[in-house]
Design a protein around this ligand. Sequence first.
Ligand code: 9MR
Length: 341
Amino acid sequence: MNKIFRLTVLAAGILAGVACTACKKSPAATATKAGMYFGVAIQPGDILDENKAKLIVQNFNAIVPENTMKMINIRPTKTLWNFSDMDKMVDFAQKNKMMVRGHTFIWHQQNSTIVNQIRNREDAFALIGENINQIMTRYRGKIACYDVANEIFNEDGTFRKSIWYKWCGTDLYEEAFRMARAADSDAKLFLNDYSHEEAGTPKAEAFYEFVKSMVEKGVPIDGVGFQLHLCTDYGINEERLRENIRRFADLGLEVQFTEIDIRMKMPGSEADVAIQKEMYETLMRILKDEPNVNTYMTWGYTDATSWVPATFHGYGDAHLFDKDLKAKPVFGSLVELMKNK
Ligand code: 9MR
């Protein structure tokens, strides 16, 4: 299965590479030639700004909407569907032969106020079902994979007591995958989370056990998302990360790196910058070695518009491009690693 997956990606990559003759030597083309996805989370404004759009197209061959597909934006009220920003992103990706990840249907944040009208389990199923059907049929053939559910666990391995869990327990999570498969049978379906990447923590174990039970029950899940919002203070336990990736491979599942960023305490020291570079590279090396990992998405590209400082006070400089949109040395080394993939 891994081999078939590799060949499919490679074939798609070769086709995209042929079409993109204008940018043959770009990092984006390097990723495509390597048969992998090297992507970035973007905002609607990124593709309206000529310089930013150019930077994205030249350097990445995949995108994910950072906020645009979340319920609060795409369906602000029960009857109002706001597809215009998402349409523009999908068109942008199609025009530039980029893969699109869809993010996300079930989450405890950035829901619209419609969720306050949920009175019972049926309402919750109906609402999520409508969202899945509307979005996945609209973008059928254009969005390659979706985070069907996001961040459903607490750090201690218990299920997060979100509005969805409150009404439906875990039934909605599983049913959402079935609904998504029915809406677009070609899209790959993922369960995404953070701080569960290294085997051995309560969250990692609970996440793994739940996914394993889904596979055993025949719930149509194709893979799991490792967000990888990391910090130079803690580093990466590479052995534990690989161990986790491999047990998902044993279940026949793909692992995608979905939201990579590596923050440091500000102002960053030379040592922090070196650690950050090493961490970004380690993730790329893991992707190269592990056959069920082929997607390296970064959560934003520039320190100028990062979500990090607002959430982790005193931390920043987490991305591959600085505040002036200049590529950091680590970016060049990632491209070199992709060349030798
Ligand atoms: O980057 C996103 C930021 O702009 C939003 O304000 C925030 C709302 O919580 O969500 C951020 O994206 C999150 C992603 O959707 C899920 N994983 C964690 C990301 C960073 O918080």
